[in-house]
Design a protein around this ligand. Structure first.
Ligand code: NAP
Ligand code: ZN
Length: 355
């Protein structure tokens, strides 16, 4: 075991603050990683504040991790000391259920182990995430990073990237398809970039008029202000697929109306309280689908990272120091983030050294 510097929250109504945690000595299949950067996902905020009512404290969030391998176990095949690697939202799964066998560990029937607020090896020990200087992870859940530069901007691919890539692929976003992305935050801006790179006609829906120019720069062919009913009406019945990333309850009917026959809207945003439910007629009349999607499996996460490296895709980020995390959460709640905060973990190493 080794003691590692981290930031944790001790209770739902308390800010994050310095907190030492223990990491295991790498076992035969483990990779020890010095964390360089960790993205800040809206899920971190939901979880730190117990908005999903399942948080165990102390809570060390962070599941968009990029780092460098500092040690490997005897049996590790895929990684060597010095490699640049990533860790996303999962660090383990049962490995034998139908979903795991299909490479969709994210839908593990026995429940995957989340990178934080998970139960380690099913033993009940709480997992601690990437707001820390080091982590030890089974090589099966470690990803290869082939981007040469911009490693801070690669970190958000590990959650925001895969969470948007997976449904875009599943519902065949590509040439000839009209695809909507709802919300230009961390997930949404990756959705716009990825759908554009896949060759779809991309329409961004935003509540923020000041994001129109950015939406186009990031790859949207059109930007619609979702509060403007006239602009919305122009797109009625025209979408093949809509990916909804909004983190708060809102009127889903406004978007279901925009789907054509057999079109689907997939929810990835996970608000703490339910949406006002859709009107059944909105689904029935055009055989529309309302679906959901959860991150992505390890194989697909690697595919997404390789796709992004090949297409020169990274996240648009604002780098912050570890000690600024509480302010970053407040800004995220105001939709004031362009478009992902990423923590430079050297700031935590320096802080721990000075303490
Ligand atoms: P984020 O950066 O805060 O972005 C959310 C965006 O939604 C905002 O930037 C804003 O965009 C829009 N929005 C916020 N409040 C709104 C409201 N009241 N009405 C309409 N639009 C609103 O959050 P994120 O990190 O992208 O995460 C988004 C959600 O996805 C969170 O609930 C998170 O927990 C969830 N999530 C799910 C998965 C999964 O596997 N399914 C994975 C990761 C995250 P505009 O300013 O453009 O309107
Ligand atoms: Zn996330």
């Amino acid at each position: 075991m080794s003691e590692v510097a981290a930031y944790a929250t001790p209770a739902a109504d308390r800010p994050l603050r310095p907190h030492a945690i223990e990491r295991r000595t790498p076992g035969a299949h483990d990779v020890q990683i010095e964390i360089l950067f960790c993205g800040v996902c809206h899920s971190d905020l939901h979880q730190a504040r117990n908005e999903w009512k399942n948080t165990r404290y102390p809570c060390v969030p962070g599941h968009e991790i990029v780092g460098r391998v500092t040690a490997v176990g005897n049996e590790v095949k895929k990684f060597r000391v010095g490699d640049t690697v990533g860790v996303g939202c999962m660090v383990d799964s049962c490995g034998h259920c139908e979903a795991c066998q299909a490479g969709e560990e994210n839908y593990c029937e026995n429940g995957f182990t989340a990178t934080y607020n998970g139960s380690l090896h099913g033993g009940g020990e709480n997992t601690y995430g990437g707001y820390s200087t080091q982590i030890v992870v089974d090589e099966k859940f470690v990803l290869r990073i082939s981007h040469k530069n911009d490693l801070a901007a690669v970190a958000p691919l590990l959650c925001a990237g895969i969470t948007t890539y997976s449904p875009l692929r599943h519902w065949n976003a590509g040439p000839g398809k009209k695809v909507g992305i709802v919300g230009l935050g961390g997930l949404g801006h990756m959705g716009v970039k990825l759908a554009h790179a896949m060759g779809a006609h991309v329409v961004l829906f935003t509540t923020s008029p000041n994001k129109i120019a950015d939406g186009k720069r990031l790859g949207a062919d059109e930007v619609v202000i979702s509060k403007d009913t006239e602009q919305m009406a122009k797109h009625a019945g025209s979408f093949d697929f809509i990916l909804n990333t909004v983190a708060a309850p809102h009127d889903l009917d406004a978007y279901l109306n925009l789907l054509k026959r057999d079109g689907t809207m997939c929810l990835v945003g996970a608000p703490a309280t339910p949406h006002p439910s859709p009107t059944a007629f909105n689904l029935i009349l055009k055989r529309r689908g309302l679906a959901g999607s959860l991150i992505g499996g390890i194989r697909e996460t690697q595919e997404m990272l390789d796709f992004c490296a090949e297409h020169g895709i990274v996240s648009d980020i604002e780098t912050i120091a570890m000690r600024d995390i509480n302010d970053a959460y407040e800004r995220m709640l105001k939709s004031d983030v362009k478009y992902r905060f990423v923590i430079d973990m050297q700031t935590l190493r320096d802080e721990a050294k000075a303490a």
